[in-house]
Design a protein around this ligand. Structure first.
Ligand code: PSU
Ligand code: MN
Length: 308
């Protein structure tokens, strides 16, 4: 039987940074493989890694290739994730099967958080989390991201959850599951494409140092492992026009319903619908949000790496 001893396999620079307690930021790969159109997705993957480096941290993009989980990809590996049709979408529950069968896949927030925490990484940047879908009463479709984050000690910087989801229900689930939610410079939960979803958050932080202090307090409390969500709104000048947003979202939801899209296909379907129907504006807002999250995550990783 093959042994999967070092899980995930770390790139040399990630290994060295961890050993020297220098800042590292985990990045997910589903957004690249299944959340963004090609060939822009590869450029984005490279750009996000460069943004992390520009802020003095080391990027650790997580993915599974030929049954091997990695944190930190080389150029050829990133190209495969972005361009290979055989790259699946892997949530946390898919990892055992992917490893055993030698499959390749991009990791969602749940799988990325799991693997990153296994590697000893503490800060993770993404675009939006998965959450509770609007048709939950019929489908019980709630992303596995939420339950996994409820039992994983990692700080996740996100721009909220996409408005294709049921935002109030997602926030309620995060409360029930005991996930700490911090608004970054805001008392509103961000609306991913929009600065605000309109929903309140209970805690506001204003600096990477403050986030690191919350992480340290979490450790000193010694409670069960759970995530800290840093909800970071997209810059005002980069948000999607709220009116366009509301109109196109209604269309996309109707289109998914009449096309009978279900399960893991729902999120990619709605996302690509929004990109087309906004003439690419939703993509630009999406990318702006992700860039902002990656920059902030690098700052948090740097603050976390400071001796306390
Ligand atoms: N939100 C985005 N873009 C994405 C995703 C979420 O703005 O690509 C991806 C993330 O990887 C997230 C996953 O973890 O979708 C959730 O999928 P599901 O709803 O199938 O759990
Ligand atoms: Mn789902």
């Amino acid at each position: 039987m093959p042994q999967h001893s070092a899980i995930p396999v770390l790139s040399e620079e990630v290994r060295e940074a961890l050993a020297a307690r220098r800042p590292v930021v985990a990045l997910e790969s589903t957004i690249l493989a299944h959340g963004l159109p090609r060939p822009r997705n590869l450029q984005v993957g490279e750009e996000l890694e460069a943004l992390v480096r520009a802020r003095g941290a080391v990027p650790a993009t997580v993915a599974v290739l030929d049954g091997v989980p990695y944190a930190g990809l080389d150029k050829a590996q990133l190209e495969r994730v972005a361009g290979d049709d055989a790259v699946r979408k892997l949530g946390h529950r898919d990892l055992p099967a992917a490893l055993a069968t030698g499959a390749s896949g991009a990791t969602t927030v749940s799988a990325t958080a799991f693997l990153a925490a296994r590697a000893g990484l503490r800060v993770f940047a993404t675009g939006g989390l998965g959450g509770v879908h609007r048709e939950w009463t019929a489908t019980q479709d709630e992303s596995a991201d939420l339950a996994l984050l409820a039992r994983t000690r990692i700080t996740v910087v996100c721009a909220g959850v996409k408005s294709i989801l049921d935002v109030p229900a997602t926030l309620q689930r995060l409360e029930t599951l005991g996930v700490t939610v911090l608004g970054y410079g805001t008392d509103r939960f961000p609306g991913f494409y929009l600065r605000s979803s309109g929903e309140p958050v209970d805690w506001t932080v204003d600096s990477p140092r403050q986030v690191a202090a919350v992480m340290a307090a979490q450790d000193s409390l010694g409670g069960p492992d759970s995530a800290i969500l840093v909800a970071n709104p997209v810059a005002a000048e980069e948000q999607l026009d709220p009116e366009l947003h509301d109109r196109v979202l209604a269309e996309a939801l109707a289109a998914a319903g009449s096309a009978g899209i279900t399960g893991q296909a729902v999120t990619p379907f709605l996302l690509s619908y929004l990109v087309r129907a906004t003439g690419g504006a939703s993509l630009e807002a999406n990318l702006a949000a992700v860039r902002g999250n990656v920059r902030l995550a690098a700052g948090i990783a740097a603050a976390w790496a400071q001796p306390r």
